[in-house]
Write a protein that binds this ligand. Structure first.
Ligand SMILES: [Zn+2]
Length: 631
C-alpha cells in the first residue's frame, strides 16, 4: 500500500463523519430553490464533479514534465465561486495520485473515491461558502489515458522524446484534477517545466522559440472547457505563415509542413468571411509524430495534427479547415454533453466543406461531400440501420463517450445542415448560422436548445420548410432519412468512367488521371469490386505505385484491398506503415480486414504485438478489443 492510498482511507473516514451527512442536504437544497445551479452541467452524465453548483472560474497550473519517468507532477490551483454554498467541491480525476489539498491555504482532508469505469475517481474536497482557492498537489499515473509518451525512435527526427495530450472527450482528468465536462468553462494560466532542449506548447498564448531554462508560461484568457486543455512537449521549431498563422514541427519536418500549410492564413480569412470574426487571436498548427491517434484536435489557438496529412501536394489540408472551423463550432459554441456531439462535429464538417468550396470551388467540395456520404452509408451499415447509435442525439449514459465517436455526428450531422441549406436557401441559412455563432459565443448548447433556436430563428412560419426538413427523423430517428441531400458528381463521374474502363481491361496507360487529387484516387479505389484478382491488383500497382504510396489515405485503402485480394506483394510495405502510423482511422479498418480470415488474423496479431507499443493508449484500447476479442 502506498502512502497516498493510506491517506485517502483516513480521509474517507474523517470526511464521512464530519462532512458527508450535511453536505448532500445542503447541495440538494440549494439545487431546488435557486437559479445558480447550472442545469446544462447537471445533464452531463460523464462528469463526477459538482460544477453545476460551483463556478470553476480559473485554473493556475504549475507542473513539471518528467520525460524519463513518464510523469507529470505539480499543482492545480482552482479559483472557485461557491455560488450555492455547497459543503464540498468534487473534481474529476483518473489514475491521479493526490498528495495534498489546501483550501485558501489551509490543508484539508480529502477523499478519493474508488475508480468507476471510464469516469475515474471523484475527488471530494470540503469547502466553506466563502472558499475561493482550492489547490491540489498531484501526480499522473501510468494509465493516464490522455498522455502518449514517445521515445526518440518514435518521433520523426529520432533525437528527443515527445509527449502530447489528447483530452477530448473525458481524458483531461487523467492529467489535471478538474471539472471535466464540455459545459464547464474556465480560463487558465500555466507554468510548465520541461527538460532543457525541449519546448512546451499549450492551447494558449504560445512562444515561438525554445528557452534555456526549460520553463514556459502560458495564458488562456478565453474560457474553455477541460477537453480543450492540451500540452505538447518535444524538440519542435516554429515557422510563420502570415501575421496570425504559423506551424510548429520537429526540425526535420518543419519545411515540408510549412509548404503543405501555405494556405492556412487564407483559410482563416475565408472562414471569417463566412461566419464572422475569428475570436482566438493566433491560429497555429503543430504537426505531431505519427503516433497521434486521430487526424487533428482543435485545441484553441494551436491545432494538433497528424503528419499523415503532409501529403506533399496540399491535397489533405481540408483536415486543417475542419480543425479551424472548430474555432466557431465546438470551441466557441460548445455541445452541452457528449450526447450532443453532432453540434460540434456536424457543424464543423459542414463549415469545413464551405471553407474548401470558397478556396477550391464547388466541384472540389462536392468530392468531400460525396466521400463523406459514402462513409455515412458504410457506418450506418456497420452500426445497424435501426441502431439508436445512428440518431443524431446520442444516448451515452453508462457508456464511454468515445462510443459516440462514429461517422454519425460528423456525416449525418453535416448532411442535415446541408439539407437545411438546400431547402431554406444558402443566403438565409448563412445569415442564420452567423447569428447562431454570435448569439451563443462562449456558451454551451443542447440539441433541444438548438432545435428551438432553429425554429424561432429560421423556420418561423414557413410550414413548407418545416415539412421538407423532417427534423425528428434526422435527430431522433435511425439511419439515413430519404431526404438526405447528395452532392454533384461532376469530377467523380469521370473517375467512375475510368474505373469502368479499367474493369473492362482497358490498360491504365489509356486512362486520363493526370489531374486527379487524393479524393479522386480514393473514389477510384473505394468503388472497385469487393475483391480484385491478384492480376488486376498487380496491373494497378505497376501503373500507379499504390504499394509505395506516400499518401497515407491511399496507402491504407490499398493495403486493405491487398489483404482482401491476398496480394502479398504489398505486405512488406504494410508493416512499416503499421509500425509508424498511430491514427485509429487507418489502423482499425486495416487490422479489421486482416481479422476476417484465420490466416489474416494470425498476421494481425503478430504485427499488433510488435507495434502495439507505438500506439496511443486510446488506440490500444480499441485495437485490443478488435484483435483479442476473437481469440
Ligand atoms: Zn472535429
Amino acid at each position: 500500500m502506498n502512502r497516498y492510498i493510506l491517506k485517502n482511507v483516513v480521509g474517507l473516514l474523517l470526511l464521512f463523519v464530519a462532512f458527508t451527512a450535511c453536505k448532500n442536504k445542503k447541495t440538494e437544497a440549494s439545487a431546488m430553490n435557486s437559479s445558480p445551479v447550472d442545469s446544462m452541467v447537471l445533464r452531463d452524465v460523464h462528469t463526477l464533479s459538482n460544477a453545476a453548483y460551483i463556478e470553476m472560474r480559473h485554473l493556475d497550473l504549475d507542473i513539471a514534465v518528467d520525460m524519463a519517468k513518464k510523469q507529470i507532477a505539480g499543482t492545480a490551483l482552482w479559483q472557485i465561486n461557491n455560488k450555492t454554498k455547497a459543503g464540498e467541491l468534487v473534481l474529476d480525476t483518473y489514475d491521479l495520485s493526490i498528495d495534498t489539498v489546501t483550501v485558501d491555504g489551509k490543508a484539508v482532508v480529502f477523499r478519493l473515491d474508488p475508480r468507476i469505469q471510464f469516469l475515474g475517481s471523484a475527488l471530494h474536497i470540503p469547502i466553506q461558502p466563502a472558499s475561493r482557492l482550492v489547490k491540489v498537489t498531484y501526480k499522473t499515473g501510468t494509465e493516464a489515458r490522455a498522455l502518449q509518451w514517445l521515445s526518440p525512435d518514435q518521433t520523426h527526427d529520432k533525437a528527443q522524446p515527445f509527449l502530447y495530450t489528447q483530452s477530448e472527450s473525458i481524458y483531461a482528468r487523467s492529467w489535471i484534477p478538474c471539472a471535466d465536462g464540455p459545459g464547464i468553462r474556465f480560463t487558465y494560466n500555466a507554468r510548465v517545466t520541461v527538460p532543457t532542449g525541449l519546448m512546451a506548447l499549450m492551447s494558449a498564448e504560445n512562444h515561438s522559440e525554445k528557452n534555456d531554462s526549460g520553463i514556459y508560461h502560458f495564458r488562456m484568457n478565453t474560457p474553455i472547457p477541460a477537453y480543450l486543455m492540451a500540452l505538447a512537449v518535444g524538440d519542435v521549431t516554429f515557422k510563420s505563415i502570415d501575421e496570425r498563422t504559423g506551424v510548429y514541427a520537429e526540425p526535420g519536418m518543419i519545411e515540408r509542413a510549412r509548404w503543405e500549410f501555405e494556405n492556412v492564413g487564407k483559410m482563416v480569412n475565408n472562414a471569417e468571411q463566412l461566419y464572422g470574426a475569428y475570436r482566438w487571436g493566433r491560429y497555429d498548427v503543430i504537426v505531431l509524430p505519427a503516433g497521434f491517434p486521430i487526424g487533428g484536435m482543435e485545441n484553441p489557438r494551436l491545432t494538433f495534427c497528424t503528419p499523415t496529412i503532409i501529403a506533399g501536394d496540399r491535397s489533405l489540408v481540408s483536415l486543417i479547415a475542419h480543425e479551424l472551423a472548430h474555432s466557431w463550432s465546438g470551441n466557441l459554441v460548445t455541445n452541452a454533453t457528449w450526447d450532443d456531439f453532432w453540434l460540434n462535429e456536424g457543424f464543423t464538417d459542414y463549415f469545413e466543406r464551405r471553407i474548401m468550396e470558397q478556396m477550391m470551388g464547388s466541384s472540389y467540395s462536392d468530392m468531400l461531400w460525396e466521400l463523406g456520404y459514402q462513409d455515412l452509408v458504410e457506418n450506418v451499415k456497420s452500426l445497424g440501420e435501426k441502431s439508436k447509435d445512428t440518431w443524431l442525439k446520442l444516448d451515452l449514459k453508462g457508456r464511454d463517450p468515445d462510443d459516440g465517436l462514429t461517422d454519425i455526428p460528423y456525416e449525418k450531422g453535416s448532411h442535415f445542415l446541408k439539407l437545411i441549406e438546400v431547402q431554406a436557401g444558402r443566403d438565409r441559412f448563412d445569415k442564420f448560422l452567423k447569428r447562431y455563432f454570435f448569439d451563443h459565443a462562449f456558451k454551451t448548447i443542447t440539441t433541444e436548445a438548438f432545435l428551438t433556436y432553429l425554429d424561432t430563428g429560421l423556420i418561423k412560419d414557413d410550414t413548407t420548410l418545416r415539412r421538407k426538413l423532417n427534423i425528428n427523423e434526422w435527430v431522433y430517428g435511425p439511419g439515413i432519412p430519404s431526404n438526405c441531400p447528395r452532392a454533384g458528381q461532376e469530377r467523380f463521374a469521370k473517375v467512375d468512367n475510368a474505373r469502368d474502363l479499367f474493369l473492362n481491361d482497358v490498360p491504365p496507360a489509356q486512362l486520363v488521371t493526370t489531374e486527379w487529387t487524393t479524393h479522386e484516387w480514393l473514389h477510384f479505389l473505394r468503388k472497385m469490386p469487393p475483391a480484385l484478382s491478384p492480376n488486376q491488383m498487380k496491373t494497378l500497382d505497376m501503373a500507379y505505385k499504390f504499394t509505395k504510396s506516400g499518401n497515407s489515405e491511399i496507402a491504407d485503402l490499398w493495403f486493405i484491398m491487398a489483404v482482401r485480394a491476398n496480394y502479398t506483394f504489398a505486405y512488406p510495405e504494410m508493416e512499416p506503415f503499421l509500425a509508424s502510423i498511430g491514427r485509429r482511422k487507418f489502423l482499425e479498418p486495416l487490422y479489421g480486414e486482416m481479422m476476417k480470415t484465420p490466416k489474416g488474423a494470425e498476421m494481425a496479431r503478430m504485427l499488433y504485438e510488435r507495434y502495439r507499443k507505438n500506439y496511443h493508449p486510446l488506440a490500444q484500447e480499441s485495437l485490443d478489443k478488435l484483435i483479442y476479442a476473437k481469440q
